[in-house]
Design a protein around this ligand. Structure first.
Ligand code: M3L
Ligand code: AKG
Ligand code: FE2
Length: 386
C-alpha cells in the first residue's frame, strides 16, 4: 500500500505495527487505523466498481500479514496491491461523528400547539417544479417533523405525483397510494369514522414508514374529522424532564404489536420495540412507536407490568395535554406530509362522507432524498465507504 508522497509532513500517516496512525483534524487527535481496514477500503477501480461504487475486493482474501511502510518508502502491501489514500480520506475515516452525517441528522426544532400560528408551509408548484422547493419541504419535515404543501390540485393524481417527488410510495397490505373513506375497505379503524387518539402508524412493521401523507379531498354531509398532530420528540423531552424513570422504562421495555385486520393477514415485527427507540451510537431519540390499538404483549414479567402502565399513562397524558395537541382542519389543496417516526397523528370523530388520499414513504428513501438535496453526491460518496 502506498501513500501519495505529497502528503503534508504534519499529517503524514505513520506506520506502527499493525495499524497506521493518521491525524484526524475533526477528532483533533491521532487515530490508529488498522491496516486491514485500509486494504479493505482501497478505492481503486479494481477494488471498487467504477459505476456502482460497490466493493469488488474479496475482504476475506486479504493476507493477514499485510505489510505497509511509511509513505516515504512507497512500499507495497504483501499482496502487491497498490493503494492510494489521501490524508483527507484518512482523517474523515477517523472522524468520530461521521455517523451523524451518514444518518442525515439535522437541526430539530421541537414544538407545542403554538405551531398553529406559524406551521411550515411550501407551495405545490415550488415542490413539483424546483429541487429548491422540494429541499425546503424536506428540510421543514426534518426540522419540524411535518410540512404542509399548499396549492395542491385536490385530486389523487397530483397528490401521488407530489409524493413521488420525494421517493417511490411504499406498498403495504393497504395497497400503495391510498384513497380511503369510512367504509372498512380494510379492517382497520382508520377506515371508520370514530375518533383516533394520537398514534404513529405501522407499529406492527419491523420498519415503520418514515413519511406519511394526508390530503383531504372532500368531506360532505357531515362534520368533525379534524386532524391532530403531536410532536412525539417534544412530548418525550417533557417526560424525560418530568419523570426520567418513566422515560427510561419506555425506552427500555419492548412492546409487541400486531395487525390482523385484513383477511389472511397476521403482521408483527421481527422483534418487539420500545415506545422510545434510541440510536445505539449517538444515543439520541430516533423513533416513537405508539399505537394502543395495535399494541400486543409487553415484554416484561406479567406481575411487573404495572410499572410500564404507570409510565405509559404519564406519556399518554403528555400526548393529550392541550400544550402538546395541535389540532388542524385539513382542507382540499393542503397536503400534510409528516415524519411517522416522530410525529403522532389522530383525528376527531366525524359524520358524513370524508375522503382522504396519501401514501407512505420508506424512512431510508426519504432520508436519502433529504441528504442528496442538501449534501450532494460527493460528500456522501466519500462517506459511504468510511
Ligand atoms: C389509510 N392508511 C393506509 C393510511 C391507514 C391504514 C391503517 C393504519 C393503522 N391504523 C396504523 O396505525 O398503522
Ligand atoms: O382519517 C384520518 O384523518 C387519519 C386516519 C389515520 O390515522 C391513518 O389513516 O393512518
Ligand atoms: Fe394513522
Amino acid at each position: 500500500m502506498r501513500f501519495p508522497p505529497n502528503l503534508p509532513v504534519l499529517n503524514r500517516p505513520l506506520v506502527r505495527g499493525n495499524s497506521v496512525t493518521a491525524y484526524s483534524d475533526n477528532a483533533n487527535r491521532f487515530v490508529n487505523i488498522p491496516k486491514i481496514w485500509l486494504r479493505d477500503n482501497c478505492q481503486c477501480s479494481s477494488c471498487v466498481h467504477e459505476v456502482t461504487k460497490q466493493r469488488l475486493l474479496d475482504t476475506f482474501q486479504i493476507p493477514k500479514d499485510i505489510s505497509i511502510k511509511s509513505c516515504v518508502e512507497e512500499d507495497y502491501g504483501s499482496d502487491g496491491h497498490e493503494s492510494y489514500y489521501t490524508n483527507e480520506f484518512l482523517a474523515k475515516s477517523a472522524l468520530k461523528n461521521r455517523f451523524v452525517i451518514r444518518q442525515g441528522l439535522a437541526k430539530t426544532s421541537l414544538w407545542s400547539n403554538s405551531i398553529e400560528h406559524n406551521p411550515p408551509i411550501v407551495e405545490y408548484d415550488a415542490v413539483i417544479k424546483l429541487d429548491e422547493g422540494l429541499k425546503e419541504c424536506l428540510c421543514n419535515i426534518r426540522e419540524f417533523g411535518f410540512c404542509y404543501v399548499d396549492g395542491t390540485p385536490p385530486v389523487p393524481e397530483d397528490t401521488e405525483k407530489l409524493l413521488e417527488r420525494i421517493a417511490f410510495i411504499r406498498n403495504t397490505h393497504y395497497g400503495g397510494f391510498y384513497d380511503f373513506t369510512a367504509d372498512l375497505a380494510s379492517k382497520d379503524t382508520a377506515y371508520t369514522s370514530i375518533a383516533l387518539d394520537a398514534h404513529t402508524d405501522n407499529t406492527y412493521f419491523s420498519d415503520p414508514a418514515g413519511l406519511q401523507a394526508f390530503h383531504l379531498l372532500s368531506h360532505t354531509e357531515g362534520e368533525g374529522g379534524a386532524s391532530l398532530l403531536v410532536d412525539g420528540f417534544k412530548a418525550a423531552q417533557d417526560l424525560a424532564n418530568q419523570d426520567p424513570e418513566a422515560y427510561n422504562l419506555l425506552s427500555t421495555v419492548n412492546v409487541h404489536a400486531h395487525a390482523s385486520g385484513n383477511d389472511g393477514i397476521s403482521i408483527q415485527p421481527y422483534r418487539a420495540f420500545p415506545v422510545l427507540l434510541h440510536d445505539p451510537h449517538i444515543h439520541h431519540l430516533v423513533q416513537v412507536r405508539w399505537n394502543s390499538s395495535d399494541r400486543a404483549a409487553i415484554d416484561m414479567p406479567l406481575e411487573e407490568v404495572q410499572k410500564w402502565y404507570d409510565a405509559a399513562d404519564k406519556w399518554s397524558k403528555l400526548l393529550r395535554s392541550s400544550e402538546n395537541e395541535y389540532w388542524c382542519q385539513l382542507t382540499p389543496g393542503r397536503v400534510l406530509v409528516f415524519d411517522n417516526w416522530r410525529i403522532l397523528h389522530g383525528r376527531s370523530a366525524f359524520t358524513g362522507k370524508r375522503r382522504i388520499c396519501g401514501g407512505y414513504i420508506n424512512r431510508d428513501d426519504y432520508i436519502s432524498r433529504f441528504k442528496m438535496l442538501n449534501w450532494g453526491q460527493e460528500v456522501l460518496k466519500s462517506l459511504a465507504v468510511a
